[in-house]
Design a binder for this molecule. Structure first.
Ligand SMILES: Nc1ncnc2c1ncn2[C@@H]1O[C@H](COP(=O)(O)OP(=O)(O)OP(=O)(O)O)[C@@H](O)[C@H]1O
Ligand SMILES: [Mg+2]
Length: 350
């Protein structure tokens, strides 16, 4: 009997890719980082990777074989909607993942597929929490949906997110080393949930000085989610994707970052260039690691370099150079102590 293969790390490290603007390359980044993570390490270790699609567009699921899964499992296919359904909380989380059956991944990568109806599920969850958070002296019959207790609601949300995070960590311990989460282009519930689940966040932006406004919104979202839902969140770094006029635009963004972040190394040094090879692979529902084009290796090497940089600053349990969201919190709200707020929200430090 063959020995069951176990994860290398004790607990899975959870990484979320975000940006509220559409089409910046979140899904492309998730797919290629997940592929890079699944390659053999120089140490000989090979990690086991889980991918979660929290975007109702289900683009990442399609890249990782959603069509084939639907064909094979039909109505029995389980998705993120079933995972989030509180009635299923006793089902071990690994049962929601499907192995991606492609030679490159060598059984190392699994997908928790997205669902196009995730928006309505999110509405149901919010409705449920609001209904349990009536204002003092008001009842359900008084129309709680429009006049609920915001503090109580936020506390319920924090507890819900923490519950999902604990389930992921406990149920996937020893089964996966890394979990990569894709998110929709919004600052809403699903992106907040992803930040509530994660150890690290990786905002992705495209070059352009206007794009910096999106990053500033992400700073605030990260700070808010850290303060309200997840004190264990860190910023892995900001990735520039789709770079085409390397010298000019990237330099502008770096100048703006230098000024705003006063010396803090937030921008990752590795930048992903605009490349037909990357775009072509994704449009064929493949990562660039599976491309047979002779130029593809150049881009695989860039993702490998990105991963080395991420390993050197984050993605491990060692002392790292990631940035605490406290830094963003101070930028947006002034230097304040958030401990009290976290306590009020019922967020418990691990
Ligand atoms: N480095 C790159 N070089 C060339 N094309 C790229 C690159 N990164 C992404 N693209 C292309 O840009 C388009 C949008 O990418 P992607 O779907 O990853 O963005 P997204 O941020 O996930 O979008 P959404 O917010 O809608 O989910 C895709 O067609 C993809 O092929
Ligand atoms: Mg996407």
């Amino acid at each position: 009997m063959s020995k069951p293969e176990l994860a290398v790390l004790k607990y899975p490290v959870i990484l979320t890719v975000i940006m509220n603007k559409g089409g910046v390359g979140k899904t492309t980044t998730c797919a290629n980082i997940a592929a890079a993570l699944s390659e053999t390490r120089p140490t000989g270790n090979r990690f086991r990777i889980g991918v979660i699609d929290l975007d109702p567009q289900t683009n990442l699921s399609c890249v990782l074989g959603l069509d084939e899964l639907q064909e094979k499992h039909g109505d029995d296919l389980v998705t993120i909607a079933e995972f989030l359904d509180v009635d299923n909380e006793d089902i071990p989380v690994d049962e929601f993942f499907y192995r991606v059956d492609r030679p490159f991944f060598d059984n190392r990568l699994s997908l928790l597929p997205g669902h196009i109806d995730l928006e309505s599920l999110k509405d149901d969850l919010e409705y449920e929490m609001k209904s349990k958070s009536p204002l003092r002296g008001k009842s359900k019959e008084d129309g709680f949906a429009n006049s609920y207790d915001v503090g109580a609601f936020e506390q319920k949300k924090a507890q819900l997110f923490l519950g999902y995070r604990e389930r992921l960590r406990q149920d996937l311990a020893g089964k996966f080393d890394y979990i990569v989460i894709d998110t929709p282009p919004s600052r809403g519930f699903l992106t907040q949930l992803a930040l509530g689940l994660s150890d690290y966040v990786l905002p992705v932006m495209i070059p352009g000085t206007k794009e910096f406004d999106g990053l500033i919104m992400m700073e605030q979202l990260i700070a808010d989610c850290w303060a309200s839902y997840n004190p264990n969140l860190s910023v892995a770094g900001v990735l520039i994707n789709n770079l085409f006029e390397r010298e000019v635009l990237s330099k502008d963004i770096r100048e703006m970052a230098k000024e705003r972040y006063s010396g803090k190394e937030l921008m990752l040094k590795t930048e992903i260039p605009r490349s037909v090879r990357i775009a072509e692979a994704i449009s064929n529902d493949r990562t660039v690691f599976e491309s047979e084009h002779r130029d593809a290796e150049v881009y695989r090497n860039i993702y490998r370099k990105l991963l080395s940089e991420l390993y050197s600053r984050a993605l491990t349990n060692k002392v790292n150079t990631t940035v605490s969201p406290q830094f963003f919190y101070d930028l947006h709200y002034g230097a304040e102590e958030v401990g009290e707020e976290q306590e009020m929200m019922g967020v418990v430090n691990e």
